[in-house]
Design a protein around this ligand. Structure first.
Ligand code: SF4
Ligand code: SF4
Length: 313
């Protein structure tokens, strides 16, 4: 169960209630949360650690970059509040992640961004390509291709330092293991989004749009059916792409916002998926035994390649 906002910690009492309530039914349900860090006091951090909540803090890098994009109502940068909350979580022993949006404020400073992430020692790190349409500041990125390239370079550096770059690692593992990822987003049938006034939907993107949330969960299968059209498996134009098996079709809401349909390629993300597949191929070629001249991988080969990648990083 994941708590999203806005900012979930504005309703810490609601969260405490929800965790206790769910635990009455099932102690094994895991919780996660995405916050901006500013409201995370020591007391809240200790409550989250005690309940084993994995907490992802949205921060876009060192102060100089973060403050260019993440400002409060008075136009002041919010880095100091965010990092204070993050440190409280670390001190309390919480499992933490950092999620950074790439945009004009940090796209040219990947080296400093990655150095900073390594210093913060998160358990996981997500580099998010911007969502939405051209009205979103982060969509004014100068080159998606350059950003995709830098993300793959960042993957290697971060892994050598024991940090998982979430988006790249999951797809690379699936590519090498021979698995398929038909849908990248869990909105395609594996999640329900519940929001206030007992409204239900499948995707948190349109959280402010009441027409995408319903009083009754029986309406959700129809939405899921529409969202599932995002999969490259439904798009003939994708079938020759190197990333076909692991792409998963990216964010559906972005496609609906920009193109009005889900069954279309999103060039802002295609380049990254292709680079992940190419990087996986590079590893396969590097670590497959020379005796395997036909490059037909069996399960054992796939396992060996993955363990060599993990030990070499
Ligand atoms: S479709 Fe996009 S906005 Fe909606 S839940 Fe998935 S990733 Fe989030
Ligand atoms: S990366 Fe783009 S072209 Fe390739 S499968 Fe995914 S959506 Fe299709």
């Amino acid at each position: 169960m994941c708590f999203f906002g806005g900012e979930p910690l504005l309703n810490i009492n609601g969260i405490k209630f929800a965790i206790e309530y769910v635990h009455e039914f099932d102690k094994n349900i895991q919780f996660s949360m995405v916050i901006n860090g500013s409201l995370c006091t020591k007391e809240i951090a200790s409550f989250l650690a005690k309940n084993q909540v994995e907490v992802i803090v949205s921060m876009d890098g060192p102060e100089e970059f973060h403050n260019r994009a993440r400002i409060n109502i008075n136009q002041e940068g919010t880095y100091r509040q965010a990092i204070r909350g993050y440190k409280n979580l670390k001190e309390a022993g919480c499992k933490t992640g950092i999620s950074a949006v790439i945009g004009p404020h940090n796209e040219k400073h990947f080296d400093k961004l990655i150095e900073w992430v390594i210093e913060q020692k998160p358990n996981s790190f997500g580099l998010c390509l911007p969502h939405g349409d051209e009205n979103n500041f982060a969509m004014k990125i100068s080159s998606f291709d350059e950003t995709h390239k830098k993300m793959i370079e960042a993957f290697d550096i971060l892994h050598k330092n024991g940090i998982n770059l979430v988006q790249v690692k999951q797809k690379m593992d699936a590519f090498i293991k021979g698995y398929a990822i038909p849908y990248e987003c869990k909105a395609c049938g594996k999640r329900i989004v519940a929001c206030k006034n007992k409204k239900f939907g499948i995707c948190e993107g349109p959280i402010t749009k009441s027409e995408m949330f319903y009083d009754n969960i029986d309406k959700l299968p129809k939405c899921i059916h529409e969202y599932k059209k995002t999969s490259p498996f439904y798009n003939e134009a994708c079938c020759k792409c190197i990333a076909y098996r692991v792409c998963g079709g990216s964010c559906v809401y972005d496609k609906l916002t920009r193109f009005g349909r889900a069954d279309i390629q999103d060039k802002c993300r295609c380049g990254l998926n292709k680079r992940i597949a190419e990087k996986s191929m590079e590893y396969i070629i590097k670590y497959l035994p020379k005796s395997n001249e036909n490059y037909i991988l069996n399960t054992e080969d796939r396992k060996n390649i993955l363990s060599k990648i993990n030990s070499s990083l």
